[in-house]
Design a protein around this ligand. Structure first.
Ligand SMILES: CC(C)(COP(=O)(O)OP(=O)(O)OC[C@H]1O[C@@H](n2cnc3c(N)ncnc32)[C@H](O[C@H]2O[C@H](COP(=O)(O)OP(=O)(O)OP(=O)(O)O)[C@@H](O)[C@H]2O)[C@@H]1O)[C@@H](O)C(=O)NCCC(=O)NCCS
Ligand SMILES: Nc1ncnc2[nH]cnc12
Length: 300
């Protein structure tokens, strides 16, 4: 177990530490290769305006956004005021992202999901479980964002047209695709002894197989969503990405998605969220608890 030197003693050190973990999770997701339809180290998937360096640049530029979200949430309770503070920081973060990428949407969904989860982690303090953090994030997301500008996003159009709950619903329900699918798949693949990158790919495919991803619906309608979910399920039925058959099926899914100009961007964000909570849960050792508990008063 990694020994860690007390990051939770004040809002600044906690926030920087959480933002480091989020940035790492975003970069780990982007660099994971090969992902179906998504940007990775080999290709730009179904994207013409994205590439791996842009994804890395965007993740790094967003470090301060996540740190600020953690700072305002540190040891607070979820409430309307916090929701609105986070929303303002999130919207400013979108501007930072667009400036860093020259106007391309790299991480809009990630700012939303990981912003809420960062806030949940900062509220709870250690040793929170992923489930507790996601529940707090869901509680924040259920408060209305009263200052949200009137804008018609791809997500809003698609949610109305296809009657799906999208990124907002996922958050308000406490991130079920992270807690019930991403993390358990990551752990069970690790227990089977597959490589770390295969375990992460399996987690991504399990999320894709179940999520109503509004990116897929926006770009390719129901046909693209159905094709992608079925393709991901097929890889898992074949034993996951660590088997030769599963690996070949993953490659076929990638080819099919590129041909359809479709990409599971929402699933990629939820994989990053899975990796963030997984990393965070590594620090739940007893030794760590004793070292940091004082800051939150549990050692009394
Ligand atoms: C509340 C918001 C999430 C706004 O959401 P809304 O429903 O209005 O929809 P979008 O902004 O269109 O979508 C949100 C992004 O969430 C990802 N996503 C999609 N489906 C799901 C899902 N089922 N569960 C979770 N997450 C999901 C997805 O993000 C990824 O895809 C983006 C790339 O897509 P792409 O098609 O390439 O690019 P576009 O530019 O969108 O299309 P083109 O024009 O190129 O064709 C990339 O961003 C990935 O991250 C969806 O895009 C929230 O955003 C909001 O209100 N934010 C402001 C406030 C805030 O941040 N608050 C923070 C804490 S309170
Ligand atoms: N790797 C990736 N490729 C394309 N869109 C994404 N959104 C989040 N991660 C992504």
């Amino acid at each position: 177990m990694i020994e860690y030197s007390v990051p939770w003693t004040n809002a600044d050190s906690c926030s920087t530490w959480l933002a480091d973990l989020v940035t790492k999770a975003l970069i780990d997701e982007a660099e994971l290769t090969p992902k179906p339809g998504l940007v990775d180290m080999e290709t730009t998937g179904a994207h013409t305006d994205l590439h791996i360096d842009l994804m890395r640049r965007s993740a790094q530029a967003l470090h301060e956004t996540f740190a600020e979200m953690a700072r305002v949430a540190f040891r607070r309770k979820p409430n309307q005021e916090l929701r609105e503070q986070l929303a303002r920081i999130g919207r400013d973060g979108e501007e930072v992202m667009l400036q860093a990428t020259g106007g391309t949407n790299t991480h809009r969904g990630a700012i939303w999901a990981l912003g809420l989860l960062t806030a949940g982690a900062a509220i709870h303090g250690p040793p929170a479980s992923p489930k507790e953090i996601a529940a707090l994030a869901g509680e924040i997301a259920r408060y209305p964002d009263r200052y949200a500008p009137a804008r018609t996003t791809n997500g809003i159009r698609v949610r109305q047209q296809y009657k799906v709950s999208g990124a907002t619903g996922e958050a308000q329900q406490g991130f079920p695709h992270v807690i019930r699918i991403g993390l358990p798949t990551l752990q069970s693949s690790r227990h089977r002894g597959v490589s770390e990158s295969q375990a992460k790919l399996d987690a991504l495919l399990a999320i894709i197989a179940s999520l109503d991803d509004t990116c897929l619906l926006h770009r390719g309608g129901r046909e693209a969503l159905h094709f992608t979910k079925q393709g991901a399920r097929h890889v898992l039925v074949l034993g996951g990405t660590s088997t030769e058959e599963g690996w070949n099926a993953l490659r076929q899914l990638d080819t099919g998605l590129i041909a359809r100009n479709a990409s599971p961007g929402g699933s990629a964000d939820l994989l990053a969220a899975t990796l963030f909570l997984d990393d965070l849960s590594m620090y739940r050792s007893n030794r760590y608890k004793v070292a940091i508990g004082g800051a939150f008063g549990w050692n009394n």
